[in-house]
Design a protein around this ligand. Structure first.
Ligand code: 6PG
Length: 259
């Protein structure tokens, strides 16, 4: 069976994000030319900041990317006020949106103003279905999805052994109605999270993991070379319906793959 993962290793993070920025540029241009828009899912955390610094810091990308035609979504959100520096929308707005001519109406953040995080998850699912004109059982096909990887092999906010992960690890394909968005309490972080579910991600045209640093090497090895155990390594739940999952790794993150 063809490998479901395509792995690109880079000498360092700068090479990785220069490559990713050029790819983002060419793919978004082609997408907008073909469809008039491009739907992009962004993740939070610290890794994307390097990517955004390249996209906003180099005129060749800043000028060429059709920012006003791109619709931005989020893979997940820490359930914190939008004013919090740890809120993913806050981070992306500070490092990307505030520096390029995106349209505010094209930014679809996961709202954290609801008292009940479940309401926030439902609200985001309704918004995705409305913006992408999806019926109640259809899945979104985002054009570009950018994901990170936690040291515990989580991605988005699909945390190991969480209810949402256990549900999909037990292969719920049989269920006709699979939610696009879920909320969960993360005990070790003492916070709620909102996250896209695997089926909301897996129908996308291109799914790209960007992973750097030695601290991720063990998780990368578990996910890509370890036993299939998505409950423990939730990033294993992510693979597109067609084609391969793209893994962009710097040398440090890939250091345990050779053995
Ligand atoms: C988040 C992210 C999460 C992230 C990984 C890696 O809200 O934290 O969406 O899935 O991609 O935790 O985070 P770093 O890039 O900070 O290592």
């Amino acid at each position: 069976m063809a490998d479901i993962n395509a792995i690109k290793c880079f000498a360092n993070a700068n090479d990785l994000f220069q490559f990713a920025a050029e790819e983002f540029t060419t793919r978004s241009i082609a997408c907008v030319k073909e469809k008039g828009t491009c739907t992009v899912v962004l993740s939070g955390g610290s890794t994307p900041k390097f990517f955004f610094s390249i996209l906003t810091g180099m005129e060749s990308y800043k000028k060429r990317i059709p920012w006003g035609d791109i619709k931005f979504f989020f893979s997940d959100e820490r359930y914190l006020p939008v004013e919090s520096a740890d809120n993913n929308y806050h981070m992306v707005n500070e490092h990307l949106f505030s520096k390029v001519p995106v349209l505010a109406d094209n930014i679809y953040r996961m709202k954290t103003e609801f008292n009940d995080p479940n309401e926030a998850a439902n609200d985001y699912e309704k918004m995705i279905r409305s913006v992408l004109h999806l019926n109640a059982t259809a899945f979104p096909s985002f054009d570009l999805v950018y994901l990170g990887l936690g040291e515990d092999a989580h991605t988005a906010s699909l945390m190991p052994f969480s209810d949402v992960v256990m549900r999909y690890a037990e292969n719920v394909q049989a269920e006709t109605i699979q939610p696009l968005v879920a909320s969960l309490w993360v005990p070790h972080l003492s916070m709620h999270r909102i996250t896209l579910t695997p089926p909301a991600i897996n129908h996308s045209a291109r799914i790209i993991f960007q992973v750097t640093g030695q601290s991720k090497a063990q998780a990368v090895k578990h996910v890509l070379k370890g036993q299939h155990d998505p409950q423990a390594y939730p990033a294993q739940l992510i693979h597109p319906e067609h084609g391969q999952t793209q893994w962009y790794l710097d040398k440090d993150a890939a250091m345990l793959l050779a053995g």
